[in-house]
Design a protein around this ligand. Structure first.
Ligand code: GLC
Length: 559
């Protein structure tokens, strides 16, 4: 019972620094801004903060294109600001978690600049270079994740280089031991600064197949998604075991790896006592929206049973060994209120309904900035209003597939990553209190109501509900069941209700969420002897769940 580590018992909060708090009037968030908000985070029971990249970067992909792994981008502040953030957070028992983007660097990184110069320089094989085919075309028909060919021609070297993402993000060659050592050194640099862990980006792509060859076309462009060709290539775990030994082993930190392409059945090699990471963001419950490969113009109508199945599979896979990072949002996803609920859903009820799952499933909850306020998607008038590089790629791809500009923009509205990147809403003042300048992305128009200042005053707000649930997690008996208790799904067949029970000894907690906009009846027999703890309506209604209703019941005696 005492064997859980600090990061298994806490709540993690993800910050997108560019959109969190500006202190200079530049219109972009910065590190000192984060430091000013640590006390706010404390009110949500947060014990660790994951920062998306703050390293020097040309910002083609908002920092996921890193030009120096051991620096701070001047737009975010200085190394001294970072050290201060780590220290101030520590005083409040909050650890700072950095994002390691190790599948690729920026094309402006000194390593790439040297590598591209010739075929025989010291860094010549630090990236993945190939000759053109006889007709001059790219070595394979792979489509990068942001759209377009995954290969870009380099005049200087007279060769193509591979990029899983944008052309400005060349893939590093992990087969080269010198590359791996340089990356480990950078991670150790941050550990020496006192960071509490790492989120590891796009890690399933680091190993490429020995032979790079064409894949079956999956679109009218004749290309094959690079994801299907390179994700989770056999042998990847050899690199990851070395990474673990050289960086993470024996440290009191946590690692959570972004592992699109690793399913729940493979989790045991990746997490747990035999695994290489502490937690894994796998996307089986997040990718239900797409028929295949996250192509936005082919959305999928998913059923609640599929969502439940994915979540239950992840719970089962980490029940005895390993640990699950619970998440429904991040900086790459549309807002969960729009993603998981039918159109017309009341955003506050929906935000609380999903918050209920986030804070009661077994694992470490990851709250994404704004989620605790019930943020929703935006819908701007033109593709030109969007900053997100993948939105542009998906828009172009949709046009090529034959959709109209209106339809293509509709896909962007629904899935753009900018939905999650609008500034944090602190108050009902100018630019929602995010900046005194002009915000780099427009503030969502709902900010007067949906902001920290207003919601903190309102007992029935999404924020108050999040605070209520996160504080339950730290109460003695109930918190123990939420943290240590087993998970068991109930009403498995239901396409309306997601129900599960958390059990520890004789005590248990029942959680039920109605995902529909209709009232749904259920048999209350199992709840006799239980006490109503919390929910997103003021009081429960006997024998049914109202539209989007979430309820939590506590049973102390097992009767
Ligand atoms: C990950 C990040 C995403 C980024 C991509 C390339 O998926 O979460 O934001 O664009 O990797 O680094």
């Amino acid at each position: 019972m005492n064997t859980l580590k600090w990061w298994q018992k806490t709540v993690v909060y993800q910050i997108y620094p560019k959109s969190f708090q500006d202190t200079t009037g530049s219109g972009q968030g910065d590190i000192p801004g984060i430091t000013t908000k640590l006390d706010y985070l404390k009110t949500l029971g947060v014990g660790a903060v994951w920062l998306t990249p703050v390293y020097p970067s040309p910002m083609v992909d908002n920092g996921y294109d890193i030009a120096d792994y051991t620096g701070i981008d001047p737009s975010y502040g200085t190394m001294a600001d970072m050290e201060k953030l780590i220290a101030e957070a520590k005083k409040r028992d909050i650890r700072i978690v950095m994002d390691l983007v190790y599948n690729h660097s920026s094309d402006q990184h000194a390593w790439f600049q040297e590598s591209k110069g010739s075929r025989d320089n010291g860094k010549a094989d630090w990236y993945i270079w190939r000759d053109a085919r006889a007709d001059g075309s790219a070595p394979t028909n792979w489509r990068g994740i942001f759209g377009g060919s995954a290969w870009t021609w380099c005049e200087e070297r007279q060769q193509y280089y591979l990029h899983t993402f944008a052309a400005a993000q060349p893939d590093l060659n992990w087969a080269n031991p010198a590359v791996r050592q340089a990356l480990y050194q950078a991670a150790n640099f941050w550990l020496d600064k006192g960071v509490g862990g790492f989120r590891i980006d796009a890690i399933t792509y680091i190993r490429k197949p020995d032979v790079l060859q064409d894949g079956p076309a999956d679109g009218k462009d004749g290309m094959a998604s690079i994801h299907t060709m390179t994700a989770d290539t056999p042998g990847i775990l050899d690199y990851l075991r070395e990474f673990q030994q050289e960086v993470f082993a024996g440290r009191d930190i946590f690692t959570v790896a972004e592992a699109n392409g690793v399913g729940p059945d493979e989790l045991k090699d990746w997490v747990g006592s035999q695994g290489v990471f502490d937690m894994l963001f796998e996307f089986s419950h997040m990718n239900l929206n797409f028929r295949d490969n996250e192509v936005w113009c082919y959305p999928n109508q998913w059923k609640l049973s599929e969502l439940k199945k994915a979540l239950s599979a992840s719970q089962a896979a980490t029940a005895a060994d390993g640990w699950y990072p619970i998440f429904f949002e991040n900086h790459d996803q549309p807002r969960s209120v729009n993603k998981f609920f039918p159109e017309g859903a009341d955003p506050e009820l929906a935000a609380k309904a999903l918050g209920t799952l986030l804070l009661t499933l077994r694992g470490t909850p990851f709250i994404y900035e704004g989620q605790e306020l019930g943020f929703t998607n935006v819908a701007w008038d033109s593709i030109d209003c969007y900053d997100d590089i993948s939105s542009h790629g998906q828009y172009e791809f949709s046009l090529k597939e034959g959709f109209s500009p209106e339809q293509a923009l509709g896909f962007v509205h629904r899935f753009s990553r900018d939905n999650a990147r609008t500034p944090m809403q602190w108050s009902d003042h100018y630019e929602a209190g995010f900046t005194t300048g002009k915000s780099w992305l427009p503030v969502h128009s709902d900010y007067p109501r949906c902001c920290v200042e207003s919601e903190a005053k309102d007992e029935e707000s999404v924020l108050s509900y999040y605070r209520q649930l996160t504080s339950l997690r730290s109460t003695d008996k109930i918190g123990k069941v939420l943290i240590y208790g087993d998970y068991q799904e109930r009403l498995v067949e239901s396409e309306q209700i997601y129900a599960f029970r958390r059990t520890l000894g004789v005590q248990h907690i029942d959680i039920m969420v109605n995902f529909t906009l209709q009232e749904v009846g259920f048999d209350t027999a199992g709840l006799q002897g239980s006490k109503y703890l919390a929910g997103n309506y003021r009081t429960p209604k006997k024998g049914c769940l109202r539209p989007l209703e979430a309820v939590i019941y506590w049973n102390e005696t097992g009767r």
